[in-house]
Design a binder for this molecule. Structure first.
Ligand code: ZN
Length: 321
């Protein structure tokens, strides 16, 4: 569809072959993912917490919450609205366990991309080939955009990481810049910051019935300006930890349409990964075009859990490295 650009054309859907893979995966997966597989195998045993956290009226509810005078000034687990950091608030000095660590958070797309189609359609060099600068991203059927989702999760994630003492840099913050940046620039921002970890936040636009999250890992590429050989290993470590903690915090299942039930997918066609020289992964938090996933993605309480899950994976990676 027109709103989906090549940077985020989903891989060809494949149905999960989870059953035969379960034993093989046991040696590969973190405990949390195994927990999910056990849950799936038993088919009962209690609904994951996230399934009880359904927000039925996304657009009206979030709009109302974000403009209400009683809306909380900072993200909270009970907030249904977007998390907004107070303008001009300085980054607190890092004093926690992540003091001295730099994390670059890349909110996928930009709400302004819809008004700047000429700019985002220009081609940029991603090493392996050329590709559109950026895309608009997808949305739920009710019109809640991926760009708005990614910014909100990014704000919540920043708050959590700064509480641990980390220095957090964004690739953009919605209206600054007004569109983009381009995918090559998104990678360069992480590189220039000498980030200890970088995360690009997305939600997918796949067919209804396809649901679940997946973490995208950089494959090994060495072409033009792209050389991921040194980051493939640490990025896999980062991504595997995030997949485990994201599952634990949200209860969202690993994707049933890519990744064979592991929640992990390796790709070599994304400029944001190909051009990174620092450990970096993407996360597709769910499928905006699936009604069950959309109900979660539009819930502020669920987005807080998503941010918590991503944060814990990053913290785990940085404390081990
Ligand atoms: Zn996206």
């Amino acid at each position: 569809m027109s709103y989906l650009g090549p940077e985020f054309d989903p891989p060809q859907p494949r149905r999960s072959r989870r059953g035969p893979l379960t034993v093989a995966l046991a040696v590969l997966l973190p405990g949390a993912l195994l927990g999910w597989l056990a849950y799936e195998a038993v088919g009962d045993g209690g609904s994951p917490d996230a399934r009880r956290t359904v927000s039925p009226a996304p657009s009206a509810r979030t709009s109302a919450a974000s403009t209400s005078p009683s809306a909380p000034a900072s993200p909270s687990a009970s907030s249904g609205g977007d998390a907004k950091a107070p303008a001009g608030e300085p980054t607190p000095l890092g004093t926690g366990p992540l003091k001295g660590k730099v994390i670059v958070v890349d909110p996928g797309h930009n709400p302004g991309n819809f008004q700047h189609t000429t700019e985002i359609n220009r081609q940029v060099d991603i090493g392996t080939n050329r590709k559109e600068c950026d895309t608009t991203g997808t949305s739920t059927n009710a019109g809640y955009t991926e760009a708005r989702f990614t910014l909100d999760v990014a704000h919540r994630l920043r708050t959590l990481l700064e509480r641990q003492g980390a220095t957090v840099r964004f690739t953009h913050d919605g209206d600054s810049p007004a569109w983009g940046p381009c995918v090559d620039e998104r990678a360069r921002i992480g590189n220039a910051a000498h980030a200890d970890a970088a995360i690009s936040i997305h939600a997918d636009g796949s067919a209804s019935g396809n649901r679940g999250f997946h973490v995208i890992l950089p494959g090994s590429v060495h072409a033009g300006a792209a050389d991921t050989r040194k980051i493939v290993g640490p990025s896999r470590d980062l991504g595997t930890r995030i997949a485990g903690t994201f599952l634990r915090e949200t209860g969202e299942p690993p994707s049933n349409y890519v990744g064979d039930g592991t929640g992990l997918v390796t790709r070599t066609d994304l400029g944001g990964l190909n051009l990174s020289t620092v450990p970096k992964v993407f996360i597709e938090c769910g499928n905006m075009r699936d009604s069950k996933d959309a109900a979660l993605l539009t819930s502020g309480a669920w987005r807080q859990k998503a941010a918590q899950g991503i944060s814990e994976g990053i913290v785990s990676f940085l404390r081990e490295s």
